[in-house]
Design a protein around this ligand. Structure first.
Ligand code: 13P
Length: 249
């Protein structure tokens, strides 16, 4: 059984006091609830604070990016060991905003996936097409390529420790979500790609999330799809009430 995973990607939001208010508010309303894996992905500056707050709960901590080198002269970057040190369980890799604004490529995504696995942090690998690519009928080829390249050279035994997130770029922060059945179809394609590279049994274990304008009003529809194992949420993860509603879909 794949345990559903609801993750809040805070992006570049929340100061430390704001992070405390949000996480404390969520934890207050979550006690005893264990059916869903809950993951907070704050900015680097709030990782340590959130780790303290979730100690002793089943909630998990994730970062939003990492660099693949161990250490050295890489001003502004954060290493896998540093994320391990602060207590990260997960790290988001290859988010479309990184690909769009910060030069992330399929190759750097692959380096980062390997680096995260090497220190025992679970990667959440993001894939997704732009509106132009969707309209040109390129979605399936692009998603297959992004998935294959992210997983190149990864040991089969590591796959169960990963999460993949399908986030169509045109649905991120726009209020225009993909229909649940369309998302389910693309996520099925990702699972088939994993099955082709590794095996059906391995593909059956990997959790694949949908992301892109997931809200309390539409989360249930996504989560009732056979292939969708969770949500990677931006905007609606920034308020206690909406994040709680997502977790309790
Ligand atoms: P929104 O939920 O704000 O559309 O963002 C989705 C996302 O990019 C999560 O990683």
């Amino acid at each position: 059984m794949r345990k559903p995973i609801i993750a809040g990607n805070w992006k570049m939001n929340k100061t430390i006091p704001e992070a405390k208010t949000l996480v404390t508010g969520v934890l207050d309303k979550l006690s005893g609830f264990n059916d869903v894996e809950v993951l907070f992905c704050p900015p680097f500056t709030a990782l340590s604070t959130v780790k303290e707050l979730i100690k002793g709960t089943s909630c998990k901590l994730g970062a939003q990016d990492l660099y693949w080198k161990e250490k050295g002269a890489f001003t502004g970057e954060v290493s896998p060991l540093m994320l391990k040190d602060v207590g990260c369980d997960y790290v988001i890799i290859g988010h479309s905003e990184r690909r769009q604004f910060f030069g992330e490529t399929d190759e750097t995504v692959n380096e980062k996936v390997k680096a995260a696995l090497a220190v025992g942090i679970k990667p959440i690998i993001c894939v997704g097409e732009s509106l132009a690519e969707r309209e040109a009928g390129e979605t399936n080829a692009l998603i297959t390529r992004q998935t294959e390249k992210a997983l190149a050279g990864i040991e089969a035994s590591a796959i169960a420790n990963m999460v993949i997130a399908y986030e169509p770029i045109w649905a991120i922060g726009t209020g225009k979500s993909s229909s649940a059945s369309d998302a389910n179809e693309v996520i099925g394609l990702i699972r088939n790609t994993v099955a082709r590279i590794f095996s059906k049994a391995i593909a059956a274990e990997v959790r694949i999330q949908y992301g892109g304008s997931v809200k309390p009003e539409n989360v249930k529809e996504y989560m009732s799809q056979s292939e969708i194992d969770g949500a990677l949420v931006g905007g609606a993860s920034l308020e206690v009430d909406s994040f709680i509603k997502l977790i309790r879909y």
